[in-house]
Write a protein that binds this ligand. Structure first.
Ligand SMILES: *Cc1c(COP(=O)(O)O)cnc(C)c1O
Length: 361
């Protein structure tokens, strides 16, 4: 089995070995110490401003999308939500559920957010903005400098879903004026699914303390208070947090975030160069592609994208990533995060070549 999806992704040998261990009790100074290290390294890798904190949520990425909407915003806010695909659409639904007033910037799927589009929303009383770093469903990487400058100029609180983009694409909370950003365990960190992490600056923390959230499990003020002693209010996915600690330290030892970004960029470029002869078209607009994933459209008439995923899974034991919703028949994706080698990429290209020979693509 080779896994080219965007999560859960292939884990490193070091992480998999840790999966054999017993799960320790966690209300101990030793575990608190581990958590303090996790917090420090995540702040460093997000290039977070001084006195930033991290919330460790037991729940997949969506739990931290929802927790952020609930804790950072109130019904007095007016948000700008960028909807460029399934994950942007999820923020729209969350704002509706939690009754946060918002305007939706609906993009054509595969297209970036441009200066022209954003300029229509200048000086219009928005208090916050939410979007993805990488919209995983289309492979679009948003121009976060453009967004950050807009938010600074308009005094908007910026909350970024970097669940898939973190480690693959550059993110700097300081440079991009980001107040809070999230990632998840099963994306580029290549850990088992179970946890998601929110890095927040002092402004975000202030909002959590001021907000009266109608939830026990998603009360971020409680997480912040417990975090001061390196603990969480409730039992977290302890095993994943120990794996996180090992992984973050290993990233640090291997040259840090720049090296991770570089390696993802190399994998993405290698793959994109190797498939130039195949009957696929890049779904993502040129110049806005993320290193995390390549979204492709078959160009041969009658070829169905979801069918390609099924054939490769059932006949070759390789998983590429199917799309959902409106894009299911037209688009499939190949992920570049997790432990993927060039040999494995070559194997996938051989499979595509074989499908071409069999006239299936
Ligand atoms: C994967 C992903 C999420 C979270 O999805 P879960 O299934 O809840 O882990 C959120 N945002 C983006 C951009 C993602 O790629």
């Amino acid at each position: 089995m080779i896994n080219f999806t965007v999560g859960p992704v292939q884990m490193d040998e070091e992480t998999r070995k840790m999966g054999m261990d017993q799960i320790p009790y966690f209300r101990t100074p030793e575990f608190s110490q581990t958590m303090k290290e996790n917090e420090k390294l995540l702040c460093k890798f997000f290039d977070a401003p001084q006195d930033s904190r991290v919330i460790f949520m037991t729940g997949s990425g969506t739990s931290s999308m929802e927790g952020g909407i609930m804790n950072f915003f109130t019904t007095s806010d007016k948000l700008l939500v960028v909807n460029g695909g399934s994950f942007g659409h999820r923020f729209v639904e969350l704002c509706e559920i939690h009754e946060i007033p918002f305007s939706e910037i609906k993009l054509d799927y595969g297209k970036p957010l441009t200066k022209e589009i954003l300029s229509k929303y200048e000086k219009a009383g928005y208090t916050g903005m939410v979007l993805q770093l990488c919209e995983t469903s289309t492979g679009v990487l948003y121009d976060m400098n453009l967004v950050g400058d807009f938010c600074q100029r308009n005094n908007c609180f910026l909350f970024v879903d970097a669940v898939s983009g973190f480690l693959a694409d550059k993110i700097s909370m300081k440079e991009m004026h980001i107040n809070a950003a999230i990632t998840g365990s099963q994306k580029a960190l290549a850990l088992p699914p179970s946890m998601s992490f929110t890095v927040m600056d002092t402004e975000a923390q202030k909002r959590c303390y001021a907000n009266k959230v109608k939830s026990m499990y998603f009360n971020y003020a409680d997480y912040l208070k417990n975090g001061e002693r390196g603990q969480t209010p409730f039992t977290p996915a302890v095993g994943t947090l120990l794996m996180l600690n090992e992984k973050l330290k290993r990233i640090e030892a291997k040259g840090g975030i720049e090296e991770m970004n570089k390696a993802a960029a190399e994998r993405a470029e290698y793959f994109r160069n190797r498939i130039k002869h195949l009957p696929f078209k890049l779904f993502t607009e040129e110049g806005s592609t993320s290193n995390c994933v390549t979204a492709l459209m078959p160009t041969t008439a009658g070829v169905n994208a979801h069918k390609i995923f099924e054939i490769i899974k059932d006949e070759y034991g390789i998983w590429i990533c199917p799309n959902g919703g409106d894009m299911a028949d037209k688009v499939f994706r190949v992920g570049h995060i997790g432990s993927i080698s060039k040999d494995e990429i070559d194997k996938l290209v051989q499979v595509f070549d074989d499908l071409a020979k069999r006239k299936l693509i």
